[in-house]
Design a protein around this ligand. Structure first.
Ligand code: NAI
Length: 335
């Protein structure tokens, strides 16, 4: 069983005298900076000149350039997209680092693939919410928590982990629980979901749509059945309250039998080979190398793939149901 840290396990004293800098004010940056501030800390915000800077200014932060905040802070939360972190780190953060400084990441990606290698004596910690930024803020305001993964590298005396836990508490995560993890584990769990689980779900949904339409069913009714009705969301919610398998009991006997008797058929050996392949690409860094190459080339494959999905009949069917979509989905959206 993983070690789970809760509020009572955390010593906030380790942040005393520390100057905290938040680099980036996007999904995570905004939520975490506001939560840190509401927890009585005084985070500085560093951001380039863009609309995110305006947002931070409107929220009452005296925003400064990234380099200036990195100079002054000794606990630096790197909350900009993973793809841009290595370059921004090299040019605007690395020159300011001193022994004892701590770099905090919300994902394990760049440390695991060694795209960022902090200098000797500088801590690398991870406080990775398993939650989108909007919900990180909303759950904090509702005095609820959210799960998060914490880790510290080169942390012989456990000092850096204590800083990670204090930050996790200040953003509200340990109200629920911070799980002791590692940069590797966070990266593998995240990327394997993105490259095996979700593509599998996307492909099955498209096959469901295509097959039913080919068999004379109305595309808009199928689209509504597939996801617009919100049943998908309700099933996922029921998994939380009743358990992954327990929620099946909320379905009819016919549905239960259909699901349980056909599940194994959906994982033939060819699929299992693809599951292994996805895991190998994540663990070996092969996917990371491919993605770095794709970005350097100006993302031509990404554009082609987007083009493909946006012209799929499911997207066209959704467009026809736009007004309905707005009504139906509103109750499920986090504000
Ligand atoms: P984001 O896309 O919302 O980041 C926007 C911010 O990055 C803005 O402040 C923008 O000014 C800055 N930025 C973008 N490009 C830049 C560049 N070239 N130079 C300098 N600043 C630049 O990022 P998000 O989604 O908040 O991700 C931040 C970290 O949090 C990542 O490590 C991500 O993996 C992690 N994470 C994100 C979650 C989410 O809610 N999206 C969930 C959990 C972790």
């Amino acid at each position: 069983m993983a070690t789970i840290y809760r509020d009572a396990d955390v010593n906030m004293g380790v942040l005393k005298g520390r100057r905290i800098g938040v680099i980036g004010y996007g999904n995570q940056g905004r939520a975490q900076a506001l939560n840190l501030r509401d927890s009585g800390l005084a985070p500085m915000v560093g951001n380039r000149d863009d609309e995110y800077k305006d947002r931070a200014t409107a929220d009452g932060f005296a925003v400064r350039p990234i380099r200036a905040v990195a100079d002054e802070a000794d606990v630096i939360l790197v909350l900009i997209p993973d793809e841009v972190q290595p370059e921004v780190y090299q040019e605007q953060i690395r020159p300011s680092l001193r022994r004892g400084d701590v770099l905090c990441f919300a994902s394990g990606y760049n440390i695991y693939y060694q795209a960022i290698v902090p200098p000797e004596g500088v801590g690398a910690i991870m406080v990775a919410p398993r939650m989108i930024g909007r919900a990180v803020r909303q759950l904090y305001q509702e005095h609820l928590g959210f799960p998060c993964l914490v880790a510290a590298e080169n942390d012989a005396d456990g000092r850096f982990l204590q800083v990670a836990l204090a930050l996790a508490k200040a953003i509200g995560a340990t109200r629920f629980g911070a799980f002791a993890s590692s940069f590797r584990e966070e990266t593998v769990i995240d990327l394997f979901a993105e490259q095996m689980l979700w593509p599998g779900i996307i492909k099955l949904c498209l096959l469901y749509f295509e097959k039913l339409v080919a068999h004379g069913c109305d595309p808009e009714i199928v689209t509504t059945e597939l996801h617009l009705s919100g049943e998908f969301v309700e099933i996922a919610k029921a998994m939380i309250t009743h358990g992954f398998f327990g929620q099946l009991q909320l379905h009819s006997q016919t549905s239960q039998y259909g699901q349980l008797s056909r599940a194994d058929r959906m994982a033939p050996p060819e699929l299992l080979a693809q599951v292994d392949r996805a895991m190998e690409e994540v663990c070996s860094g092969r996917f990371h190398a491919e993605w770095v190459q794709e970005q350097k080339a100006g993302k031509p494959n990404m554009q082609r793939l987007w083009q493909q999905v946006l012209t799929h009949p499911l997207a066209q069917s959704e467009a026809k149901l736009e007004s309905l979509r707005k009504i139906i989905t509103r109750p499920h959206e986090p504000s």
